[in-house]
Ligand binder design. Structure first.
Ligand code: ADP
Ligand code: MG
Length: 153
């Protein structure tokens, strides 16, 4: 069964351009509930760990530097089939190839500076959520603490 949460990051360039409000509005309008939210900044080591699946990729070093270059907004989003639904809402990695109206098409600048992160699987969504949020920082739409079973579906 598909999971109910995904992890997004509004990346440094999008936060710097004050796109946070517009992006969160689109997320909410698409039916996602914000289960957790914070403005923070990743250290170089944290960004390196977060993206370690891409260690061998030619873009890894610059990606890590970019993600640690300024404040980000991290959020856990809740919706049925959250991972797939959110990937649809953000569009393809390259904003130039992302469909019209998607978050990356609207706010992305380049394939690296592409406005937002979205988890690519339920397992990674849970792992990535744990990177930024304690379990007591996660809430359901009624304001109650998010139960573990609500996070996996
Ligand atoms: P996605 O974020 O769509 O899941 P990936 O997981 O493949 O994409 O890549 C992680 C991030 O690395 C991308 O969001 C983007 O910021 C950066 N990236 C991906 N491909 C490239 C590339 N060819 N050149 C520069 N940066 C890239
Ligand atoms: Mg990815």
């Amino acid at each position: 069964m598909a999971g109910n949460i995904t992890l997004t990051i509004i990346k440094p360039e999008a936060v710097a351009h004050a796109y946070t409000g517009d992006i969160l509005r689109i997320i909410s309008a698409a039916g996602f509930t914000i289960a957790a939210l914070k403005l923070t900044r990743m250290s170089h080591a944290q960004a390196a760990g977060f993206y370690k699946v891409h260690l061998e990729k030619p873009f890894y070093r610059e990606l890590v530097e970019f993600m640690a270059s300024g404040p980000i907004v991290a959020a856990i989003l809740q919706k049925e089939n959250a991972v797939e639904e959110y990937r649809k809402l953000i569009g393809l990695t390259d904003p130039a190839k992302a469909p019209a109206g998607t978050i990356r098409q609207l706010f992305g600048e380049t394939i690296r500076r592409n406005a937002v992160h979205g988890s690519d699987s339920d397992v990674n969504a849970l792992k990535e959520a744990g990177y930024f949020f304690q379990v007591w920082e996660r809430f359901d739409r009624d304001g109650n603490f998010l139960e573990p079973e609500e996070q996996v579906g």
